[in-house]
Design a protein around this ligand. Structure first.
Ligand code: AG3
Length: 287
């Protein structure tokens, strides 16, 4: 994934014909777990940066644009989510945003790589911000796809905080995985997924949307913009058993947002509604 290092720079070559380079002011961690190569370094613009197999996963500087939109959009659209499932998300950023909702009773987080959790606590403490000590969090170290295939109590919201569909994350993009997610949702339940940057990764979104179309009465995607996921806005998949979540009025979202008492830096009820407006090149991938 990475090109031979230019001195002091990480060069990410996730996409064909395009690379992004981030200067490494200081390397905090660099090691290989059973599953993948982990690195954390400091960058003057993004703060601490986590890469897995050379691909930027999250940065202290822009993680809010990703975590807030994957957590607050489904939870506030649902309006009464008590049980939330996070697949992946070993850095803890997603569980942190989920459990900022005091109305959420229980968050199960299933991460395949215990190494990511341990080292994120140590080298990226701002991401989890203490969430691993929250009694409402149930951390399970297991393969997310295998976990989903087993029988569980249903969830109101399922969030797939995955890598790209390469390596251990690949199974999280299959029809059978999405099928299990659909089966595990409560009647008004909502599934959201990380589906890459559609300008760079059109097939990733196209394939997921093809699966969602057959599984969910209400399906589609919405957008966020994360500078370190280069190449344009990122698509977040949306699949729901009812249209209630998507149809919720702005006024209702505003009430729920105020009642939740959240301080956010990207999410607002207006951005929530607008995120479902798709540029034509993205909408074309859904047809
Ligand atoms: N995982 C999503 C990484 C996606 C990177 N993809 C890309 N640049 N196209 C984020 C994990 C944060 N909890």
């Amino acid at each position: 994934m990475t090109m031979p290092d230019r001195d002091g720079w990480t060069v990410e070559t996730l996409h064909d014909n395009y690379a992004q380079a981030l200067r490494e002011d200081r390397v905090f961690y660099d090691s290989e777990t059973d599953h993948q190569r982990l690195r954390v370094f400091e960058n003057g613009r993004f703060g601490r940066v986590l890469t897995l197999d050379g691909v930027v996963q999250t940065t202290e500087g822009d993680e809010f644009m990703y975590h807030e939109m994957l957590a607050h959009v489904p939870i506030l659209a649902h309006g009464a989510a008590k049980r939330v499932l996070v697949i992946g998300g070993g850095d803890g950023g997603m569980a942190r945003e989920v459990l900022r909702h005091t109305s959420v009773d229980h968050c199960t987080m299933v991460e395949i790589d215990a190494g990511v959790v341990d080292f994120s606590k140590e080298y990226l403490p701002a991401l989890s911000d203490g969430v691993f000590d929250d009694p409402r969090l149930d951390l399970v170290i297991a393969d997310g796809a295998a976990f989903m295939a087993e029988k569980h109590e249903p969830f109101d919201v399922i969030i797939v905080d995955s890598t790209d569909p390469i390596g251990p994350g690949e199974v999280l993009f299959t029809d059978s995985f999405y099928g299990h997610a659909a089966r595990l949702l409560t009647p008004d339940g909502i599934l959201v997924t990380q589906n890459g940057v559609p300008f760079m990764q059109p097939d990733e979104l196209r394939q997921t949307m093809r699966a969602f179309r057959t599984l969910f009465p209400d399906w589609g995607c919405y957008l966020t913009h994360v500078p370190s996921y280069a190449g344009g806005p990122m698509a977040l998949g949306w699949g729901s058993m009812s249209v209630k979540g998507r149809d919720v009025d702005l006024a209702v979202l505003k009430q729920r947002f105020a009642a939740a008492g959240l301080q956010t830096r990207y999410y607002t009820p207006e951005v929530h509604k607008a995120a479902f407006a798709l540029p034509a090149y993205v909408a074309a991938l859904l047809s």
